[in-house]
Design a protein around this ligand. Structure first.
Ligand code: ADP
Ligand code: MG
Length: 552
């Protein structure tokens, strides 16, 4: 059996890992840690979610970073604030016996001045979201010049979210980078490009098949008509009384609406999405982690990488647009050796998508029938009986009240009492499901065209969902080494490049200006003219470099 010590980790780190109960390294840890400890090798680590990637990069960083120096030496970039905090929390545990090491999370949506102050206090490892990091760089609150290690965690998601330019900017502005470690669950072409462009013959480690889903998860789907989505969700929740799960929707609006509706109906649920304030998101996550909340409903972006222990179910209220996202969703359950269930509610036109996902993750799905009202009641009833029988009455002062109870119930039989207790608990289910219809689509009952999407909101369109985490269009993107530092602001820059190239402004798309560099979206037909007019020319004595942002 391979041990953490055997991988070359410092005894102080091993001691902390032992205390956490990690008995042996996971496969990605076993392969990555010895390579990363060299400090000079670039690495691309591909492994499904829940395989311990945080420790795979966190432990080597703790060993490589010198806590006697007073500047940041390692930078971990990840897509969301929740993930930043999770990574910091986990690394804090690993560094229990290296107290001098200081680690800080910086992310948007909260006071930047506090973070700037914290950064001045001698931080060694910075965990950041791309947007906030760029902000800090531009305010000169963080100096990347002395960063030796850059880790890109959940790299595919960051690129999906449109952070490509920011990532490239970060990589371009860490000149002392000794090594770059990129972790991802999937390997889309964009990532390959970034690794080619900014990494130095990276060692590529793949654990398991890329894109394969976790083996401990049972994948199930339910075919219903679109207007029964909400009803089906409720039934699935009711049919699984002990559920501790995450429900995914495509859009923030759907997450919000479904959460509100279920809350009104007495379910223990809250929503996590980008429109909430930071305090709200923190509160929701904390409650969910502490199991004070049974269900969390979230968008993909908000829940990415979140590691909550013992999630029993993931429910896809809607399938993701991008089938690769399915792996990330289902990977929230069945973690660290536990088993889990991932249920998808689909309508008949989406069955083809299930087949595609099956091929992608190479695990068969089980088509199940939505439980009937009777099934749900029966299930609830059995759960209730178990609860009743297992209720612990050993430490209550019940004896005091027994005479009163006996007197009150003197004329009522045991059967009668049981019925009443059951009635109290069950009326809601029995009434609700009394005339519940069959939600399954049978072959003889063809689905009519859905009138409303999702039965609860027609505003939560797919496009809105897409916009949430996707950038880009048909345009090509040019890189230019001019930025706000050269005295430009957007309008003057636009004027400058149009004047130089004599092109009309219609050929341009989005312009993204940073301090040192800018990115210009342009109609591919006009790109060459623009490059030849500008690349190599001088601006204030400096040579302008302009090229296709996607090539070297
Ligand atoms: P990933 O980033 O690959 O999705 P995480 O780093 O979030 O996975 O780890 C998933 C869970 O597994 C965490 O709760 C973590 O504490 C736990 N874990 C990591 N490494 C080990 C190990 N060697 N043994 C046991 N549990 C581990
Ligand atoms: Mg992770």
């Amino acid at each position: 059996m391979m041990t953490f010590e055997g991988l070359g980790l410092d005894p102080k780190l091993v001691q902390a890992i032992d205390a956490l109960g990690f008995t042996e390294p996971t496969p990605i840890q076993e392969k990555a840690i010895p390579i990363l400890l060299s400090g000079t090798t670039d690495l691309v680590g591909l492994a499904q979610t829940g395989t311990g990637k945080t420790a795979a990069f966190g432990l080597p960083l703790l060993q490589l970073v010198d806590s006697t120096l007073k500047h940041p030496q390692a930078l971990i970039v990840c897509p969301t604030r929740e993930l930043c905090m999770q990574i910091v929390n986990e690394i804090e545990l690993f560094k229990k016996f290296v107290p001098a090491m200081r680690i800080l999370a910086v992310y948007g949506g909260t006071s930047i001045s506090m973070q700037i102050r914290d950064l001045k206090r001698g931080i060694h490892i910075v965990v950041a979201t791309p947007g906030r990091l760029i902000d800090l760089i531009e305010r000169k609150a963080i100096n990347l010049e002395q960063i030796s290690y850059v880790v890109l965690d959940e790299a595919d998601e960051m690129l999906n979210m449109g952070f490509q330019e920011d990532i490239e900017f970060i990589l371009q502005n860490t000149p002392q980078r000794e090594s770059t470690w990129l972790f991802s669950a999937t390997m889309p072409p964009q990532i390959r490009k970034v690794s080619k462009k900014y990494m130095n013959s990276p060692v590529e480690i793949t654990v398991g098949k890329v894109n394969t889903a976790n083996k401990n998860v049972d994948h199930q789907y339910y075919v219903v008509s679109a207007q029964h989505r909400y009803e089906t969700l409720k039934r699935l929740i009711d049919f699984n009384p002990g559920i501790y799960g995450i429900i995914f929707t495509r859009t923030k609006l759907d997450a919000q609406n479904v959460a509100e509706k279920l809350t009104r109906e007495g379910y223990d649920i809250d929503a996590l999405h980008g429109d909430l304030t930071q305090q709200q998101r923190d509160r929701v996550m904390k409650q969910f982690r502490e199991k004070a909340l049974q269900l969390l409903i979230a968008t993909d972006v908000a829940a990415r990488g979140i590691d909550v222990k013992e999630i029993s179910h993931v429910i896809n209220y809607e399938l993701p647009d991008d089938i690769e996202v399915y792996t990330h969703r289902s990977g929230r359950t069945g973690r660290a050796g536990h088993t889990g269930i991932c249920m998808s509610i689909v309508h008949s036109r989406e069955v083809g998508k299930i087949k595609q996902i099956e091929r992608l993750i190479q695990v068969p799905f089980h088509k199940l029938e939505v439980p009937t009202g009777k099934d749900v009641c029966r299930k609830q009833f059995f759960t209730f009986m178990d609860k009743l029988i297992n209720t612990d009455i050993s430490h209550g002062d019940y004896e005091t009240y027994m005479p009163m109870l006996e007197e009150k119930f003197a004329d009522i039989s045991k059967e009668e009492v049981l019925k009443r207790v059951a009635g109290m608990e069950f009326d809601r289910f029995l009434k609700y499901y009394e005339n519940a219809e069959d939600l399954n689509i049978r072959d003889d009952r063809r689905e009519r065209r859905p009138i409303r999407e999702a039965g609860i909101s027609k505003i939560g369109s797919r496009d809105a969902g897409r916009r949430e985490y996707r950038g880009g269009n048909g345009n090509m993107r040019l890189f230019v080494n001019l930025g706000t530092k050269d005295g430009f602001y957007k309008a003057s820059f636009l004027q400058f490049i149009l004047d130089m190239s004599e092109l009309p402004k219609e050929v341009l798309g989005k312009i993204d200006m940073k301090e040192l560099n800018s990115w210009i979206e342009i109609d591919p037909k006009a790109a060459e003219k623009m490059i030849s007019a500008i690349d190599g020319k001088k601006f204030k004595g400096r040579r302008i470099r302009m090229n296709d942002a996607n090539s070297r």
